[in-house]
Design a protein around this ligand. Structure first.
Ligand SMILES: [Zn+2]
Length: 192
């Protein structure tokens, strides 16, 4: 499974579970407050998993490129993420009554959040990794015109330039690595 497959499947799971919560709220099993809180917690959990998957996927890509094990960087979601989501789910719940297709809006939030988090985390890892020099845009199979234009025919971008994405975008940056020369380990050498 590629990084893209994994995050797409995570986003799909988040969407399904958010729709379950929506159904329970609509059936009156959950009140407004419970629905908002449970949805925010659900999305926060998937965001956190998305950040970890991005961190591991980048470490794996660099490991393969360098042919030696590279550790993940310990990338996590921002500390304010649960609070931000709590506000977002309240705004969403308040808007649902006037929305023609409320289910689609719930699904969109639950899907877009982990996808955005994965993209942001992966870009953060690229910027932070000492092995990575830059990246090229890995277009998804169904890439839109904007993403194709953003790719600029496979141009290599500097690592500090964050890959632009749009809502629901599943393009992923492909890191380009430079080998850092490894100095001989002094501790294993005995002086004569
Ligand atoms: Zn696109």
């Amino acid at each position: 499974m590629t990084f893209r497959d994994t995050i797409t499947s995570l986003a799909g799971q988040a969407e399904d579970r958010a729709l379950d919560l929506y159904a329970r709220w609509e059936a009156g099993e959950l009140d407004d407050e419970q629905f908002e809180a449970l949805l925010a917690a659900l999305v926060a959990r998937y965001n956190s998993r998305a950040a970890t998957v991005a961190d591991l996927a980048l470490a794996a890509a660099v490991t393969v490129a360098l042919r030696r094990a590279v550790a993940p960087l310990g990338i996590v979601t921002p500390p304010g993420d649960p609070q931000r989501l709590r506000t977002a789910t309240r705004t969403l719940r308040e808007a649902l009554e006037d929305t023609p297709d409320p289910q689609a809006r719930v699904a969109r939030l639950a899907r877009a959040e982990p996808l955005d988090t994965a993209a942001r985390s992966y870009s953060e890892g690229i910027a932070r990794s000492r092995h990575v020099e830059g990246w090229v845009r890995g277009l998804s199979a169904n890439a839109c015109e904007l993403c194709t234009w953003w790719a600029r025919g496979g141009r290599i971008w500097p690592k500090t330039h964050r890959m632009p994405t749009h809502k629901g975008c599943t393009c992923t940056p492909i890191p380009t690595v430079s080998e850092v020369p490894i100095k001989p380990d002094q501790t294993t050498r005995r002086k004569r």
